[in-house]
Design a protein around this ligand. Structure first.
Ligand code: FE2
Length: 412
């Protein structure tokens, strides 16, 4: 039988079968999909068509866009708004710290780090808080060391404990204090440790899920330089405050050093953003009008280019003054927030997520959100968002609502 005859026979069989069972053409096509799946293809039907609503035209408070159905839907990742409370996760950090402290083997032998990794409930067991960002919260006991390594994901530590612990990046030792943001850009050798008396806790942030998606996530532990000691840490070539002295005096850029540190492209040469500098700057600007959607908001930038610190992630810090309530805003980018000071709530897609210090909140893209400081004291939030990536690929858009509820284009 020729191929043509074969196809005609199949069509006739389907027609007869359909007439017998009174099924529609759509159902007939859909019925072919289980066997097509075995041959590694699928037959496109309306059931499998993309169903995402244009995000910018749906203006209702609870408009989220929709997941597509069928095969297309299976490929969609949609994070949910979520809050991880310090009061919930802190006991687990203390438990794993105790287990590690009394372990019969070195911590590095049973876990790379003592940390919890946050999982967004919308992302089905993936260890990520948004589509692009992974957050783990680590505890380092006195004496703990993470040996020198380098990786393709961009990463940072946001310090939660008052002081103690350090990160050595490309030979620069950065002492960790509460509110500091210490960056380890893609392509920079770094090691961490705690040589103090108390455990230290910080949030590790990485664009790991994005690198994973691109099949570009790798780690190299084979440091070729001379080690400091047998603990596989780097020697200190620059003391604490080196990159801050070079780059943290507003508007001044040193001309006698190379801004290339490490071996990747577009990395910021400033590794250490001090919490005290961030806080002082926000408070000095407290009497300014600020942004109706963000309050007094500053971005942590690459001091050489003025761009976001990573080509993928934008880091921000914002002050919400006592009882300040921002107006609704939504973006094509996703972010997570960590509360440094104060009490209040963030409303995301109509859902109120109240917060206190050290709580972490996932704010997925597209959803209307606003922040409210409910107390008589200042509140400070830090954010990490993939707005930098979205801008770099021409996908960043933002809308707000004015006091009358009218939609305003913030960035088209
Ligand atoms: Fe690392």
């Amino acid at each position: 039988m020729t191929t043509q005859q074969n196809a005609t026979q199949i069509i006739n069989e389907i027609k007869e079968s359909a007439q017998d069972q009174k099924i529609t053409a759509r159902e007939q096509m859909e019925a072919l999909n289980p066997e097509a799946k075995n041959l590694q293809f699928w037959i496109r039907t309306q059931k499998n068509a993309p169903a995402q609503e244009p995000w910018f035209s749906a203006a209702g408070a609870n408009d989220t866009g929709k997941l597509a159905s069928g095969q297309v839907g299976k490929n969609q990742l949609k994070a949910l708004p979520y809050r991880w409370r310090w009061s919930d996760y802190r006991p687990y950090l203390e438990k794993i710290s105790q287990i590690a402290a009394h372990a019969d083997v070195a911590p590095v032998e049973f876990a790379d780090r003592q940390s919890i990794v946050l999982m967004n409930p919308g992302l089905t067991d993936r260890i990520q808080v948004t589509n692009t960002i992974r957050c783990s919260i680590s505890i380092y006991n006195p004496g703990d060391i993470a040996p020198a390594h380098v990786h393709s994901p961009n990463a940072s530590r946001t310090i939660l404990t008052d002081n103690g612990g350090y990160t050595n990046i490309e030979g620069e030792r950065c002492e960790a204090r509460r509110g500091d943001v210490i960056l380890t850009p893609n392509g920079t050798w770094h090691d961490h440790g705690n040589d103090g008396e108390e455990p230290v806790i910080w949030i590790d942030t990485l664009d790991w899920p994005l690198m994973e998606y691109l099949d570009c996530a790798w780690v190299d532990q084979d440091f070729q330089g001379a080690f400091n000691t047998t603990d596989r840490t780097q020697p200190v070539r620059h003391v604490d405050g080196y990159s801050q002295k070079l780059y943290s005096n507003g508007g001044l850029r040193p001309t006698f050093v190379s801004h290339q540190r490490g071996f990747s492209q577009r990395l910021t040469p400033l590794f250490h953003y001090a919490g005290t500098d961030i806080r002082d700057t926000l408070l000095e600007l407290k009497d300014e009008a600020g942004d109706p959607f963000e309050g007094i908001h500053m971005e942590l930038v690459n001091p050489v280019t003025g761009e976001s610190v990573f080509p993928t992630l934008r880091y921000g810090a914002q002050l919400l003054r006592p009882h300040e309530a921002t107006q609704l805003k939504r973006e094509t980018s996703s972010q997570y927030l960590v509360v440094l000071e104060g009490e209040g709530y963030t409303e995301v897609n109509g859902q109120k997520l109240d917060w206190k210090p050290n709580d972490v909140i996932a704010v997925p893209n597209f959803l209307w959100r606003r922040h409210v400081n409910t107390s008589d004291k200042d509140a400070i939030l830090y954010s990490v968002s993939d707005a930098a990536l979205m801008k770099n690929i021409g996908q960043y858009r933002a809308q707000g609502k004015d006091r009358d509820g009218k939609v305003i284009q913030i960035e088209v």
